[in-house]
Design a binder for this molecule. Structure first.
Ligand SMILES: [Fe+2]
Length: 443
């Protein structure tokens, strides 16, 4: 009898574990817990540049940003196409800020150019210190974006950054949550140091998340003090009056950076700016339009449910009518890709929504998704990783999500996309509201 019971127990155990065993055979990836925060120390002299990063300005300029502990360093960048030979130079501006008992170093911002496309430049900041180099993006398609959100500064962040650097790209775009300093200002400096080897080589274009806000009632009521001082983006060039929302164009792509934590209703400056910006897009010049924002408009993870809903209700129609191709979202620490959506329904002329808040922050992964899955959600997985968007030509792009498998990465989700500007179904005037699309487009 006892033997029979044991046999029955073994049989039941095998049956119940069978799906798991199959999964193990199919994919032996073991999801790992959050990893520790890395505080990157300053090991250069007070006058040497640290936290160097670059960002695009207009069609052929680059902003070089860095910090010095010394207040006596000049905001000067020398640059040229040969290592050690700097035949051009530019001066810029500097700032610093206080946050309670913390005083930042001298934060320098210098715009250099005009620069040639697809060209490597060598540069030096402040007239001394180490040499850096960057490559400018191409002026025409193809173009390679890296997309990473909620980056933080942990061992997972390092893993993600190593994977990003292992394959070349042109521009990194980030939908919010950079340092996770959360008012502890030295962590902004540490973040600048951890990303410098990457952000000094390729332009990093960012928008803000909730971890950039850093509001303190009465004393710092408007927030974004560190973010605006350290990561100024080219907002004036797109007619914006705020560093918290802007757009830029690079090689056939119009990129819109929205602010989830500034006013967005129809009376707001951001809304009016977005309307004007969308109206200016020339799809012959930029056949692709991509938007980034932090709190997701579409999300089937149980984390942060509904947090982007008010903004979606306010602004989704604008993006839909302008035939925005893709919307990247952060905030949720997982990966999720939706089909083309408008107003909570599949729509061949709506944007594809992708959540990519899985860069490697200290808070860990958002492990729980709603069950059953919405038919709008095509792929979802709570793992750290990054995305790559290759704009191949005017009509087609290739998207891939790269999951961190510890020291390696694997491409777990990939899809070809067709630009809405080349879609026969959707090739109507952007002013003309599309009410009932009849045929199904490819993604
Ligand atoms: Fe967030």
């Amino acid at each position: 009898m006892r033997k029979l019971c044991l046999c029955l127990f073994s049989l039941l155990l095998t049956i119940s574990l069978f799906p798991l065993l199959l999964k193990a055979k199919d994919d032996d990836f073991v999801r790992q817990p959050p990893r520790r925060v890395i505080f990157t120390h300053h090991d250069r002299s007070d006058s040497d540049p640290q936290q160097v990063h670059i960002s695009l300005v207009g069609k052929d300029h680059m902003k070089v940003s860095w910090v010095t502990d010394s207040k006596h360093c000049s905001s000067l960048v020398e640059y040229g196409k040969e290592s050690g030979k700097y035949n051009a130079k530019a001066n810029g501006e500097h700032t610093s800020y206080k946050y309670f008992f913390y005083t930042s170093g001298k934060i320098h911002h210098v715009t250099i150019g005009p620069l040639e496309p697809s060209t490597t430049y060598f540069y030096r900041c402040g007239g001394s210190g180490p040499e850096f180099s960057f490559k400018t993006p191409p002026s025409t398609l193809p173009l390679d974006f890296v997309v990473v959100g909620d980056l933080g500064q942990t061992e997972w962040t390092n893993s993600t950054l190593d994977h990003i650097q292992s394959i070349d790209y042109d521009v990194l775009i980030l939908p919010g949550d950079l340092s996770y300093a959360d008012t502890h200002q030295p962590l902004w400096d540490s973040f600048g140091r951890i990303v410098e080897p990457y952000a000094s080589r390729r332009p990093w274009m960012v928008t803000e998340g909730n971890h950039e806000v850093e509001i303190f009632p009465i004393i710092y009521p408007t927030g974004f003090k560190a973010y605006n001082a350290r990561w100024p983006m080219p907002y004036q060039e797109s007619g914006s009056t705020s560093n918290l929302y802007y757009s830029f164009e690079v090689a056939g792509t119009h990129v819109i950076m929205l602010g989830s934590y500034v006013e967005f209703d129809a009376d707001s400056d951001q809304y009016k700016w977005l309307q004007a910006d969308l109206a200016k897009i020339d799809r012959k010049k930029t056949p692709w339009v991509v938007a980034l924002l932090h709190a997701p408009w579409y999300n089937t993870n149980t984390a942060h449910q509904g947090e982007g809903e008010t903004m979606r209700l306010a602004m989704e129609e604008l993006l839909y009518n302008a035939q925005v191709d893709l919307v990247f979202q952060g905030h949720v620490h997982a990966y999720e890709r939706f089909t083309r959506v408008y107003n909570n329904k599949a729509d061949p002329c709506g944007p594809i929504y992708i959540t990519i808040g899985d860069g490697g922050n200290r808070e860990g992964l958002a492990l729980s998704f709603e069950d059953p899955a919405s038919p709008l959600s095509l792929y979802r997985e709570p793992s750290f990783g990054h995305g790559r968007l290759k704009m191949v030509n005017e009509t087609h792009a290739f998207w891939g999500w790269h999951r961190n498998n510890d020291s390696n990465f694997v491409v777990k989700d990939q899809v070809w996309l067709q630009s809405l500007s080349s879609s026969k179904t959707c090739s109507k005037s952007v002013d003309q509201k599309i009410t009932s699309p009849s045929t199904k487009d490819e993604l």
